[in-house]
Design a protein around this ligand. Structure first.
Ligand SMILES: Cc1cc2nc3c(=O)[nH]c(=O)nc-3n(C[C@H](O)[C@H](O)[C@H](O)COP(=O)(O)OP(=O)(O)OC[C@H]3O[C@@H](n4cnc5c(N)ncnc54)[C@H](O)[C@@H]3O)c2cc1C
Length: 606
């Protein structure tokens, strides 16, 4: 196996990975970025609406208000030390992106333009505020391009189309990863003093999702298989406006610009569920409201979708009703929501300027993941013990600054703020730290697992297993949950996992770009992510944020103001029985609340 040595290994080239790579390299570290996709194809490039920061370019805004919205939006499960960092450092991080050359939209005075987004308010919940900094509706694309250019300029070494399949641990310390070069099928060993995982989310666990095909939870599954804990896996966000049938995301920016959700009677139903903030309530609230409308038979033509309307005549009517002076026209939409128009025209044959868009909630974002502290260092127990040399950032990580539900625009903030912190920490760490060699048997187990898959000749096709898992998770571990449904879902997914281990069959036995093989391995990651999600969801007997239980409708702060930590007890990389251990010993950090009682839990919005 070919071995490469670096100070720092960054796994993943999305916003979080690139930010970490940039800062580690600026601090003098020799950095490699390993990515299964070409960097600018990472999902960060699909982020549309914007990045939140209290710049106050249009109206007064403050980091404390951003923190308040984040804590409230996360239904009080967010660690407030992390939220404080997020709110405070967002401002500076966005200005830094601007200085790197990111082409933000501008106000007439030449400042960064900001738009409204769900859950963002001024003065502790008083009224909607313009906080989302954007570059039309291509913000993520611009972030990714900007950071990639900066990394190239800084001599970061890129290993594109290398897929990491195992984490290397030696003497209780992380020392790199094993990857497959997709073009040759060869295994490579990356030995490093510091390893940071930024592999993104796992939306592909569900049938209807906004996530790219590549979001298969590899990083989370690798950690689980290496006996490391995952945090708050029950919290998975459904975004209200996925394009019907496809799940492709229609940005919240559409509602931010004035778009409204309507049922079959043309009623703006969010007025009933969230009278003050209406269509801009946080995502969990809007998704639940949509489900209730659909359940009441108020879907369009009795079907399971609703309408999202951005036509100027509709929007202007509601703006006038609200006493606002602002009006929009077709030009405004074409300029600010260009991607949206394109997506609807191409994928749904719908022109949003002429007719409303058909939408349904779509699986979107993992609040849970690899537990870290505010410096992106991976922690391995409820007390916050750090594993030396191991870091995580971005969607795969759980700091936790989003708690039980993430606010729109806060993921991009999370990437740049905690990616940067991780990079800086790594630069300091590698200056003193020794390079620990890989263990003697590095890669042996994972190679055996790949040989098993490559030679598998059973009757269960990966595509069929995946489709069944996605449908089960959509039905039983989706927006609304019950114990009975989740148990049924979990047991059925465990059976699929059994078939994956005992009866798998793939066709391609080759080495070069064997997508059959890689997709089968990714299916294993998805199945593991699905099982731990269901397991954690079943254990949490309350409703909070995105976790909504019909059998436990109330939020229960007395018993459940705690994080979940789940880990696999089995030894061995891929085991027949998933012996899971789950604890709730990790308390929520409530440092903001200790200083200002406005951060204390308020009643839950249903
Ligand atoms: C359609 C859409 C729109 C969104 N809009 C917004 C928005 O407007 N504002 C906002 O704040 N958030 C938004 N989000 C959420 C946000 O974009 C993501 O949470 C964020 O981009 C994730 O970034 P990341 O760096 O963690 O990972 P990603 O950008 O997903 O990148 C993951 C990286 O890991 C690599 N990788 C994965 N597995 C492996 C492996 N096994 N080996 C090697 N490499 C691997 C991939 O190649 C990739 O480079 C949106 C998400 C979607 C899906």
């Amino acid at each position: 196996m070919q071995t490469h040595q670096f100070d720092a290994l960054i796994v993943g080239a999305g916003g979080a990975g690139l930010m970490a790579a940039l800062y580690a390299s600026q601090g003098g570290a020799k950095v490699a970025v390993v990515s299964k996709l070409y960097p600018t194809r990472s999902h960060t490039g699909a982020a549309l609406g914007g990045i939140g920061a209290a710049l106050g370019n249009h109206e007064e805004d403050r980091p404390e208000w951003h923190m308040y919205d984040t804590v409230k939006g996360g239904d009080y499960l967010a660690d407030q030390d992390a939220v404080r960092v997020l709110g405070e450092e967002a401002v500076d991080a966005v200005i830094e992106l601007e200085h790197m050359g990111l082409p933000f939209d501008r106000t007439s005075e030449g400042r960064i333009s900001q738009r409204r987004f769900g859950g963002h308010t001024s003065n502790f919940g008083e009224k909607a505020v313009r906080r989302a900094c954007h570059s039309a509706d291509r913000t993520g694309h611009m972030i990714l391009q900007t950071l990639y250019q900066q990394c190239l300029r800084n001599q970061v070494r890129f290993f594109d189309e290398f897929q990491v399949v195992d984490l290397l641990l030696n003497q209780g310390v992380a020392c790199g990863a094993v990857a497959i070069q997709l073009g040759s099928g060869e295994f490579h060993c990356f030995n490093a003093k510091a390893t940071l995982f930024a592999t993104g989310g796992w939306g592909r666990v569900w049938q209807v999702t906004s996530n790219a095909h590549s979001l298969t939870g590899d990083g989370a599954a690798i950690f689980l298989r290496r006996g490391l804990p995952l945090e708050d896996m029950e919290f998975y966000q459904f975004h209200p406006t996925g394009l019907y049938g496809l799940g492709v995301l229609l940005t919240e920016g559409i509602r931010g610009e004035g778009g409204v959700l309507l049922n079959r009677h043309g009623e703006r139903f969010m007025e009933r569920y969230a009278p003050t903030i209406k269509d801009l309530a946080s995502r969990d609230v809007v998704s639940r409201s949509m489900y209730l409308e659909l359940r009441d038979g108020k879907g369009i033509r009795g079907s399971d979708y609703l309408h999202l309307d951005i036509r100027p005549e509709t929007v202007n009517r509601y703006l006038a009703e609200a006493g606002e002076t602002r009006r929009i026209d077709e030009d405004f939409i074409a300029r600010n929501l260009a991607e949206t128009l394109e997506v609807c025209r191409v994928y749904a044959g719908v022109d949003p300027l002429q007719e409303p868009m058909p939408v349904q909630p779509t699986a979107h974002y993992a609040m849970g993941g690899i537990p870290t502290n505010v410096n992106a260092e991976v922690i391995v127990d409820a007390a916050g013990k750090v594993m030396q040399g191991l870091y995580a950032a971005g969607e795969v990580a759980c700091v936790s600054c989003h708690g039980a539900n993430r606010l729109g625009t806060n993921s991009l903030v999370d990437l740049v703020v905690f990616g940067r912190r991780g990079g800086k920490r790594i630069a300091n760490f590698v200056r003193e730290a020794p390079l620990i060699p890989p263990p003697m048997d590095a890669g042996e187990e994972v190679r055996a697992e790949f040989e098993r898959i490559r030679n598998s000749a059973g009757s269960s096709r990966p595509g069929a297993l995946r489709a069944q898992m996605q449908s089960l998770m959509m039905t039983h571990v989706g927006v609304f949950r019950t114990a009975e449904g989740m148990r049924q879902g979990r047991d059925a997914v465990l059976e699929l996992r059994q078939r994956f281990l005992q009866d798998l069959g793939i066709d391609d036995r080759g080495q070069v770009f064997n997508t059959d093989l890689m997709e089968a391995w990714e299916l294993g990651c998805l199945l593991d992510s699905a099982v731990v999600t269901a397991e954690c969801a079943l254990a949490r007997e309350e409703s909070r944020g995105a976790h909504s239980r019909e059998d436990f409708r109330e939020r229960d702060d007395a018993n459940w103001m705690v994080h979940s930590l789940i880990s696999s007890q089995a030894s061995g990389l891929v085991t027949e029985q998933l012996e899971l251990a789950l604890n709730h010993d990790r308390p929520v950090d409530r440092s903001l609340e200790a200083e200002d009682e406005r951060f204390a839990p308020k009643e839950r919005v249903y």
